[in-house]
Write a protein that binds this ligand. Structure first.
Ligand code: TYD
Length: 228
C-alpha cells in the first residue's frame, strides 16, 4: 500500500551577525553535518536565494540603491525576501527539507533599522509581509568583538579590491561595526526563545562543534554523535 502520509515539515535555521564573523563557512558545515544524518538541507542566503532576489542583491550590493537611503533599501531587501520565502523557503519546508539561510530578516532590523535609523514600524511591517508567518525555528547569532571583525573585513576588502568583487557594506569604519554588533546582540536578547548567541572568535572546528551542540539540544531528532 502506498504511504500517503505527508512528509514532515522541515526546520528553518538562520545565521546572523556582523561582517567578517565566518557565517558562510558555518552554514556550509551545518548543511554537510545534517547530510551526514540523512537530513536533506538546502543552503541559501540573503539577499538572494532565487533569481529575482539575486537580481535585487546585485543592484543593492553594487551600490546602485545607496543614494535612495536605508528606508528604500529596507523595502528592497524585503522585496527580495518576499520572493525568497514564497519561492524557495516555504516550498522546501513544506516538502520536509530543512532550510539554512546565511542571513535573513534580522539583518534588515540590524543594518537598516537599528544601525541605519529606519523607523521600527516600517521594519516590523516589512517583516510581517515578507515572512508571511515563516519565522525561523532557530537563529544562530555569531558574535565577534568589533576590532577583530573589522580587521577581517579589511583583509577581505584588500583581496576583493584585487579581484574587484567588494560590496559597499564592506567599507564602513570601526564605530559602525560596534553599533552593528550591539544591534545584533539587542535583537538576540529581545528574541531569546528563537536566538542563540555564539562567540565566533574560535577555531572553525570548535565553532562548528558548538553550533552542533546547540542544534542537538534544540532539535531532539538529531543525534549528538558528530564528527565536525
Ligand atoms: P554578503 O556578501 O552576503 O555579506 P556577508 O558575508 O557579510 O553576509 O553581503 C550582504 C550584505 O548586505 C551585508 O553587508 C549585509 C547586508 N544586508 C543588509 O544590509 N540588510 C539585509 O536585510 C540583508 C539580508 C543584508
Amino acid at each position: 500500500m502506498l504511504d500517503r502520509s505527508p512528509p514532515s515539515h522541515g526546520r528553518f535555521i538562520t545565521f546572523e551577525g556582523g561582517e567578517g564573523v565566518g557565517k558562510s563557512t558555518q552554514v556550509k558545515r551545518l548543511v554537510a553535518a545534517l547530510g551526514d544524518q540523512s537530513i536533506e538541507a538546502v543552503r541559501t542566503r540573503e539577499p538572494g536565494g532565487t533569481p529575482k532576489a539575486e537580481a535585487i542583491r546585485a543592484f543593492i550590493l553594487q551600490g546602485r540603491s545607496e543614494a535612495w537611503g536605508p528606508g528604500a533599501e529596507a523595502v528592497l531587501f524585503a522585496a527580495a525576501r518576499y520572493d525568497h520565502v514564497s519561492q524557495l523557503i516555504a516550498p522546501n519546508l513544506d516538502g520536509g527539507r530543512w532550510v539554512i539561510s546565511d542571513r535573513f530578516s534580522d539583518s534588515t532590523r540590524a543594518y537598516q533599522g537599528l544601525t541605519g535609523g529606519v523607523d521600527v514600524r516600517l521594519i516590523d511591517a516589512l517583516e510581517v509581509l515578507a515572512l508571511n508567518g515563516h519565522k525561523p525555528d532557530l537563529t544562530i547569532v555569531l558574535d565577534m568583538d568589533p576590532e577583530t571583525a573589522f580587521r577581517r573585513v579589511l583583509e577581505r576588502e584588500r583581496e576583493a579590491m584585487l579581484a574587484e568583487t567588494g560590496d559597499r557594506f564592506e567599507k564602513e569604519d570601526l564605530e559602525w561595526h560596534k553599533r552593528l554588533r550591539d544591534a545584533f546582540l539587542a535583537i538576540a536578547r529581545n528574541n531569546a526563545d528563537r536566538c542563540v548567541i555564539i562567540p565566533a572568535n574560535q577555531t572553525e572546528d570548535a565553532l562548528a562543534d558548538e553550533i552542533w551542540d546547540v542544534m542537538t539540544r534544540r532539535f531532539p531528532e538529531l543525534q549528538y554523535e558528530h564528527t565536525a
